[in-house]
Design a protein around this ligand. Structure first.
Ligand code: SAM
Length: 207
């Protein structure tokens, strides 16, 4: 019986912690700390990583941008998929994540990847310079989501694609309706949805 109460207490603590973090992230920038970056590359996530990359339908020669790449779980492989001729760029707000991304890209022998340290609500890349901008479990960590999507719009070429992936269980999970509302308010046209609510990718086009 005592064990059950301890278990319930631990679960209640994590739920309360996640909800508070989620709520506070609407006001302050509280990204998941870079010291927990190892979480993103575990064998359990590998299937989701492959599925997310397949949904992006990457092609050689594309210029792609990931907002909040963390240690590069997706971006490093995405950079390989746009070869030959393509280039991948990642913008992350945490120096620790950017350092880790650079080290891991070097180790993988990936040379067509550029890592930029910065807040994605500010302009960091030339206007209309990317074919695809994508986010995976990053949008909810950004207090000003509208400004972030505005910068995605600015960075994309006309007819460029915005892809947003969300995975349930992430404390900053964004529902499909919220993502669609924010993307449309930023000037995007809804294009397609893949997956189910617990792990979905919605695509939008810059008209
Ligand atoms: C949950 S991690 C996701 C990492 C990666 N997209 C993945 O799926 O493995 C969210 C990332 O977004 C970054 N981030 C949060 N707020 C940001 C902002 N305002 N500008 C740029 N990056 C941000 C965090 O530093 C973190 O690396």
């Amino acid at each position: 019986m005592t064990v059950l109460w301890i278990l319930l207490g631990i679960i209640a603590f994590f739920v309360a912690f996640s909800l508070s973090w989620r709520w506070a992230s609407r006001v302050w920038s509280l990204p998941c700390p870079w010291v927990t970056a190892w979480r993103f590359d575990n064998p359990l996530l590998r299937r989701l990583t492959r599925a997310t990359l397949d949904r992006l339908q990457l092609r050689p020669g594309q210029r792609i941008l990931e907002i909040g790449p963390g240690p590069g779980r997706l971006l490093i492989q995405a950079a390989q998929r746009v070869l030959p001729g393509g280039e991948a760029v990642g913008i992350d707000i945490q120096p620790g994540m950017i350092e880790r991304l650079k080290v891991r890209a070097d180790r993988a022998g990936v040379t067509n990847l550029k890592a930029i340290l910065g807040d994605t609500t500010q302009p960091h890349v030339p206007e209309a310079s990317f074919d695809l901008v994508f986010l995976c479990t990053s949008l909810g960590e950004i207090p000003d989501r509208a400004a972030a999507l505005g910068q995605c719009h600015r960075a994309l070429k006309p007819a460029g694609m915005l892809s947003i992936t969300e995975i349930i269980g992430d404390p900053h999970y964004q529902s499909r309706s919220v993502v669609q509302r924010l993307a449309q308010a930023a000037g995007f046209r809804f294009q397609s949805m893949q997956g189910r609510s617990w792990f979905y990718t919605d695509s939008f086009v810059k008209p």
